[in-house]
Design a protein around this ligand. Structure first.
Ligand code: ASP
Length: 581
């Protein structure tokens, strides 16, 4: 080792020891006769001190040459500081330097490498290796490492085997666009990068591995948002001889372990809610149940009273915002503007104030009597002092809009505390989803998900009604993981492909290998995958997964540091048999 200690290690108990430290120059202060330099490494900061008269002249001369981010090796004696710095663990001591070696110089960095930096996002991404020197950034990746370790410990303990699956594969149908890689040896043919290892993990079950996991990169060529990256990481798992309940229990256990090992949080219950209930009560398949504000359907009470907008609506639905009856005109207008934003698309917002004196005031007083409004309030469980907000229209759209309004109100009322974690299993997802654009049914999860046995008969008569053995783990309104019990026989898998509009030949060409495997003793199996980047972000209390990825891509899918994607030269193209013109 070039050093005896790290820059975060020394304390007053080390006084008088001879030590050697290595690190980066954070900054220097030169007061003429006295000079101090903060030396930084991943473990902390230690102050070096130099003094005219007592420090050897050539050491002082070298010290005066140090610039920000120079890499140095300093040897000296640990001494107690005159004025201590209580903000850092090494603040009681400094090193009286006796010899100093510059291991490497540094150009002036393009931004300040401290917690508070002057560097903008784009600049920091271009010099990500410097950005990663900052505590704040590095600590996020340390959290990621800890979380991965907790996952591995738990799953190894439960007899899971970690298996790597290939990266150059053929298309997997998770519903997104594939990234493709041209094959030089098979010109005109392409590999696809896996959207997930789905078919491979199922094949490992056919192979008798029984319990598989992998912390694995997956690739989806989608338009990017703050919480999406073209390459992202999943904790991918599969188990044999299990039913849905077994999987939910196993991964409730894993989630509990992660929270307790990494955050010191003991999670409460993991309630189960059907997809149908989630949509009806919260208008959302990943409801944030840290707070109530459940939907109340008001059709029966609000229709046929002369208010044509409600009369024509498929759904009239309200939520009760506790203690908001005093909202001002301005606040109510802001809420109306919020739901009318094009992203939400409501036409208007009706309110009912349940006044403290027991009277009611609404924006539709013309059509409804006090008794009418009282009946709404009773149904909504609203007390004096509460505010009821009502939307109407076609059922699906109105539920979506109300879900946005509910989340907005939850935030406004401080009901979405970042340090409270409320898990929820959403179960019984529909097997199929109608796609207006292609006028076809798509698999809501993926084509390998098994329908519920009791709904099988509906496949021919009312396919949209068939429920799947599929589940999502939601925490605080964020989808953390999802999976299903799989189909494990050829006939059902073939039937599923037929319903998804595949011809027999197409199904065979794409997934023949899986259906063949099902004919050689495939065990019943099921699994789940967790979005690892998103989990990290949730543990770190952040909305963006990008912070938790060492070298992320920007929203145009570019890595601005290595400048990728980029063109390749003619010779490479020729070798691949690709002609761009
Ligand atoms: N492969 C699925 C996904 O990536 C997860 C699963 O069904 O296990 O969404």
């Amino acid at each position: 080792m070039l050093r005896t200690h790290t820059c975060g290690e020394l304390r007053e108990s080390n006084c008088n020891e001879q030590v050697t430290l290595c690190g980066w120059v954070q900054r220097s202060r030169d007061k003429g006769g006295l000079m101090w330099t903060d030396l930084r490494d991943r473990y902390g900061i230690t102050q070096l001190s130099f003094e005219e008269g007592s420090t050897p002249a050539e050491v002082l001369e070298t010290a005066r040459k140090l610039g920000r981010e120079f890499v140095v090796k300093a040897t000296g004696t640990v001494v107690e500081r005159y004025s201590k710095n209580d903000n850092i663990p090494t603040g009681g001591i400094e090193i009286k330097v006796e010899s100093l070696e510059i291991l490497n110089g540094s150009k002036v960095p393009p931004f300040i490498i401290e917690d508070d930096t002057d560097g903008g996002e784009e600049l920091r991404m271009k010099y990500r290796y410097l950005d990663l020197r900052r505590n704040e950034v590095r600590s996020k990746l340390q959290l990621r490492s800890k979380l991965a370790m907790a996952v591995r410990n738990y799953l190894a303990e439960q007899d899971f085997i970690e298996v790597e699956t290939p990266v150059l594969i053929k298309s997997t149908p998770e519903g997104a666009r594939d990234f493709v890689v041209p094959s030089r040896m098979n010109q005109g043919e392409f590999y696809a990068l896996p959207q997930s290892p789905q078919t491979f993990k199922q094949l490992l079950m056919v192979s008798g591995f029984d319990r598989y996991f992998q912390i694995v990169k997956c690739f989806r060529d989608e338009d990017l948002r703050a919480d999406r990256q073209p390459e992202f990481t999943q904790i991918d798992c599969e188990m044999s001889f299990v039913n849905q309940e077994d999987i939910l229990n196993t991964f409730e256990g894993m989630t509990r372990h992660m929270f307790s090992a990494v955050r010191g949080v003991e999670l409460g219950d993991f309630p189960h809610m059907t997809y149908a209930d989630a949509m009806r009560k919260y208008g959302n398949d990943k409801p944030d149940i840290r707070f109530g504000m459940e939907f109340v359907e008001l059709n029966e009470l609000a229709q046929n009273k002369g208010f044509s907008i409600f009369d024509q609506a498929e759904l009239v639905v309200g939520i009760c915002a506790e203690g908001c009856a005093e909202y001002t005109r301005k606040q109510l207008d802001a809420l109306t503007d919020f739901v009318k934003r094009p992203q939400i698309g409501a036409k208007g917002l009706v309110y009912v104030k349940c006044n403290a004196d027991g009277t009611f005031k609404s924006s539709v007083d013309k059509f409804y009597s006090e008794e009418d409004l009282k009946a709404w309030a009773d149904k909504a469980g609203a007390k004096a002092g509460d505010l009821i907000l009502v939307l109407s229209g076609t059922a699906n759209e109105t539920r979506k809009q109300m879900s946005e309004l509910r989340l907005h109100m939850g935030k406004e009322l401080g009901l979405r505390d970042k340090n409270t974690f409320q898990p929820l299993w959403v179960i019984d997802f529909p097997l199929l989803e109608w796609d207006e654009e292609t006028e076809r049914f798509h698999a809501m999860h993926h084509p390998f998900t098994s329908p519920k046995a009791e709904d099988m008969a509906l496949l021919d008569t009312d396919p949209g009604k068939v429920r799947a053995n599929a589940y999502d783990l939601v925490i605080n309104g964020v989808e953390i993981g999802g999976g299903s019990i799989r189909i494990h026989d050829r006939a059902t898998q073939q039937l599923m492909f037929k319903h998804l509009g595949f011809t027999e030949e197409e199904a065979k060409a794409q997934f023949g290998f899986l259906m063949d495997a099902f004919e050689y003793g495939a065990p019943p199996h099921g699994g789940i995958a967790f979005g690892f980047d998103r989990l990290c972000a949730m543990f770190g209390g952040s909305d963006s997964i990008r912070d938790y990825i060492a070298f992320p891509k920007n929203t145009s899918g570019r890595d601005v540091m290595i400048d990728s994607p980029s063109t390749i030269d003619e010779a490479q193209l020729k070798e691949l048999g690709i002609n761009l013109r």
